[in-house]
Design a protein around this ligand. Structure first.
Ligand SMILES: [Zn+2]
Length: 261
């Protein structure tokens, strides 16, 4: 779902003591920084004679973060500010509008594997995936919506049988499984036995999707995150540190796909 492009978030940090440094920034510089939870992120360092403070700004158009660097602050100090505020950056980057639209030629990670979207207007098969391609029949202008609907359907097809199988193993029944477009959670479980999942899990590697399913099903037995809950997850799924780490590091990127406007 595209969000209104309202964000131009600012974050100001008092400038540390100014030191005239040989490392001083003279021109706009574009680089990349590797941040925890985010991965490689484009960074633009913009020197400013007027600025009195270092300022971080998420720039949706640039798809990264811009740093306003007052005179006398070295690029090293500016870059270290980014690492110190990576949680803030991660939170805002994850709320950026969709960047990858489901248009012909776009690459989409279906079950974690890159797939290119291609149209076959004359085909009668709807949408299907084959050898790294998501084929879409019908008029190209409708392909985005059709791919999105198809991905949501695939999410349900991947998630529901796994959920029922896991629930069977712990002797629980699922009342209902719904597929949603949640921003903050990959899945949820209600006390009434209703499970909900983000359709975007179908963009994640299969083992990550599988882990989230096991996690939510385990909540049918333990509606908390106690050691007893994690014991159920371990029994159902096995060790899940790797999958949890994947979600922390790459989860936000799954929110960047969508139909577009
Ligand atoms: Zn949980």
């Amino acid at each position: 779902m595209a969000r209104p492009a309202k964000t131009r978030k600012n974050f100001e940090i008092s400038a540390p003591n100014r030191i005239i440094s040989p490392d001083m920034l003279r021109h706009i510089e574009e680089t990349e920084i590797d941040l925890p939870r985010i991965g490689p992120l484009p960074v633009r360092l913009r020197p400013s004679a007027r600025a009195t403070r270092l300022k971080l700004r998420i720039d949706p158009a640039f798809d990264g973060v811009e740093v306003i660097v007052p005179d006398g602050i070295s690029r090293k100090v500016a870059l270290s500010m980014l690492s110190q505020h990576s949680d803030w950056i991660a939170a805002h980057i994850s709320r950026l509008p969709d960047r990858v639209h489901f248009v012909p030629g776009a690459w989409v990670p279906f079950l974690g594997q890159d797939h290119a979207i291609r149209t076959v207007p004359d085909a009668k098969r709807g949408v299907w995936a084959d050898s790294g391609v998501i084929w879409v029949s019908g008029q190209p202008e409708h392909s985005g919506r059709r791919v999105a609907d198809w991905l949501k359907k695939q999410a349900k097809l991947e998630i529901a049988p796994r959920a029922h199988a896991y629930a069977g193993r712990i002797g629980k029944k699922i009342s209902r499984i719904s597929i949603k477009d949640t921003k903050s959670r990959w899945g949820s479980c209600s006390s009434g036995g209703n499970l909900a999942f983000s359709w975007r899990l179908v963009l994640a590697p299969e083992d990550v999707l599988d882990y989230v399913v096991a996690h939510e099903v385990a909540h049918l037995a333990e509606l908390n995150h106690s050691p007893r809950f994690w014991k159920v997850v371990d029994d159902l799924y096995g060790p899940s540190t790797k999958q949890q780490f994947w979600l922390k590091k790459h989860g936000a990127s799954l929110h960047r796909y969508g139909v577009g406007s």
